[in-house]
Ligand binder design. Structure first.
Ligand SMILES: NC(=O)c1ccc[n+]([C@@H]2O[C@H](COP(=O)([O-])OP(=O)(O)OC[C@H]3O[C@@H](n4cnc5c(N)ncnc54)[C@H](OP(=O)(O)O)[C@@H]3O)[C@@H](O)[C@H]2O)c1
Length: 237
């Protein structure tokens, strides 16, 4: 990120509108319902604005119930509109669509914090495995495509099933945050802290995103063996 200035204008995380690209999928919906219930304003993006609107209405209803009837703010739109309108944008599309979407939205995402939770995962007869990413990691691919955005990697180790299961009001685990800009990472750590029970933990520079992304695949293996929705917890900090 070459431009000067503080990420999100230095505003506190609670004041920010969080956009989620691919927000109609389980991971986007799960993050959205938890953030909205906590009072965060959320925009859900999709390739189909109508679908985004329908999903946003359903997420808003669930978030309102989880918030004990408090008013919540969840709206849907095209990925392009969400990228333009949000203060901070989470990328939650499959790896297969990642590069194309970010290349297309690069102008709209300029000057914004972009949080990538995409995992480069493949499947074969032996189970899940890590796909090679030419840039080193998905987050580094995002940084290469978005030279005028602050790219941060986070939220890889949160299970969508657990996020969407509002019978568990409090979550359990840490969110490993990787990036190259301290202020942008602080903001994303604070955003992680908006999820009940979770904590954002600094986990190194973007060049170390590969291990964080790949660890998700070990968690998938844990989940299959133990029929669980495992996360991670860093001890000692
Ligand atoms: N599910 C989890 O537990 C979990 C946990 C950690 C990280 N993640 C990561 O989070 C991301 C989203 O996971 P998910 O399970 O929610 O995935 P998903 O359901 O497969 O995809 C999410 C949304 O992305 C959009 N999409 C699909 N293909 C696309 C393409 N080629 N280009 C642009 N948009 C496309 C779709 O929305 P529209 O059709 O409405 O556009 C879809 O609803 C993935 O990268 C995954 O690795 C998931």
């Amino acid at each position: 990120m070459s431009e000067s200035g503080a990420p999100a204008g230095g505003r506190p995380v609670g004041e920010l509108v969080v956009g989620i690209l691919g927000g109609t999928g389980p991971q986007g919906r799960g993050l959205a319902v938890r953030w909205a219930a906590a009072g965060q304003r959320v925009l859900l993006g999709s390739r189909d604005a109508d679908r985004a609107g329908e999903v946003a209405a359903a997420v808003a209803a669930r978030a309102t119930a989880a918030a004990g009837g408090e008013e919540v703010s969840v709206q849907g739109g095209s990925n392009a509109d969400v990228a333009g309108a949000a203060d901070l944008v989470v990328v939650a599309v499959p790896f297969a669509g990642h590069a194309e979407l970010l290349a297309e939205l690069a102008p709209a995402l300029a000057g914004k914090v972009v949080v990538d939770c995409v995992v480069p995962m493949g499947w074969d007869e032996l189970g899940a495995y890590v796909l090679d990413v030419e840039e080193g990691s998905v987050a580094q691919q995002a940084a290469a495509l978005l030279p005028d955005s602050w790219v941060v990697g986070a939220f890889h180790h949160l299970s969508a099933v657990t996020l969407e299961d509002l019978s568990q009001p409090t979550l359990d685990g840490d969110v490993l945050v990787v990036g190259d800009d301290r202020a942008a990472m602080d903001l994303v750590q604070a955003l992680a802290g908006q999820l009940p029970g979770l904590r954002g933990v600094y986990a190194g520079r973007l060049r170390n995103a590969r291990q964080v992304e790949a660890l998700t695949i070990n968690l998938v293996s844990v989940n299959r063996r133990y029929k669980a929705h495992a996360g991670v917890r860093v001890t000692g900090v």
